[in-house]
Design a protein around this ligand. Structure first.
Ligand code: TMP
Length: 211
C-alpha cells in the first residue's frame, strides 16, 4: 500500500464523534482532491452489519467477553478486506467511525481482556495495518452518558447499557493509548461546543494530510 489515507474517529459513547464526522465531511471534501469514503465499525458491509446486529442486540446479555471480541474482529476483517483496503488502494481518503483502538479500549480496558492479545488479533484482522491518523474524542464519562440519555434518536445498544465504571475504564484505556501512540493519535476535547470541536478536528486532519 498505501496510496490513500486512513483516518479513524475514536472515543467513548456520547463523545459526539459521529456528529462531528457528518459536519466536517462537506468542508473536507471541498478542500481535498481525493474522494472521501466514510464507513463505520462494526459494520460498513453486509456481513459485518449482520455481525453488528448480533453483537449489539440488547437481548444477548449472556455474551462472553472473548466471544464479543472475536465477533468485533470478524466484522473488522470482512470490512477491511471488502471495503477499506480497496478504497485505500484506489487512492481514497477513508474515514472510519471506530477501528482497532475501540477493541483495545472497550474489550481490553473495559472488559479486562489482555491488551497484547487484542493487538495481535487487530494485526491479524488488518494484515498489520493501522490508521495513518486517529482523532480521539475525549469526554468525561458522566457527560458522555448524559448525552446518550438526552439523545432520543440514537439507537440504544447492549454496550450503552453498561454502568458508569465500564465507561470510565474505556476512557482510561483511550487516554493510555493516546499517550502511548502520540504520533498517530490526536486528542480532541469533545466536551467543548460543537463548533470548536469541528474546527479542531479539521485542523488536525488538514495538518496531517497536507504533509
Ligand atoms: P457505535 O455506537 O459507535 O456505532 O459503536 C457500537 C458500540 O460498539 C460502541 O459501544 C463501541 C463498541 N465497540 C467495541 O466495544 N469494540 C470494537 O472493536 C468496536 C469497533 C466497537
Amino acid at each position: 500500500m498505501t496510496k490513500g489515507y486512513i483516518i479513524s474517529f475514536e472515543g467513548p459513547d456520547g463523545a459526539g464523534k459521529t456528529t462531528v464526522l457528518n459536519k466536517i465531511l462537506p468542508i473536507l471534501q471541498e478542500k481535498l482532491a481525493q474522494p472521501i469514503l466514510t464507513t463505520r465499525e462494526p459494520g460498513g458491509v453486509v456481513i459485518s452489519e449482520r455481525i453488528r446486529d448480533v453483537i449489539l442486540d440488547i437481548n444477548h446479555t449472556e455474551m462472553d467477553a472473548k466471544t464479543e471480541l472475536l465477533l468485533y474482529m470478524a466484522a473488522r476483517r470482512q470490512h477491511w478486506i471488502e471495503r477499506v483496503l480497496p478504497a485505500v488502494e484506489a487512492g481514497q481518503v477513508v474515514i472510519m467511525d471506530r477501528f482497532i483502538d475501540s477493541s483495545v479500549a472497550y474489550q481490553g480496558a473495559g472488559r479486562g481482556l489482555d491488551k497484547s492479545e487484542i493487538s495481535w488479533l487487530n494485526a491479524y484482522a488488518t494484515d498489520h495495518h493501522k490508521p495513518d491518523l486517529t482523532l480521539y474524542f475525549d469526554v468525561p464519562s458522566e457527560l458522555g452518558l448524559a448525552r446518550i440519555e438526552a439523545n432520543a434518536d440514537r439507537e440504544v445498544n447492549r454496550l450503552d447499557l453498561e454502568k458508569l465504571d465500564m465507561h470510565q475504564r474505556v476512557r482510561q484505556g483511550y487516554l493510555e493509548l493516546a499517550k502511548d501512540e502520540s504520533e498517530r493519535i490526536m486528542t480532541v476535547d469533545a466536551s467543548q461546543d460543537l463548533e470548536t470541536v469541528v474546527d479542531a478536528t479539521l485542523g488536525h486532519i488538514l495538518d496531517h494530510i497536507g504533509k
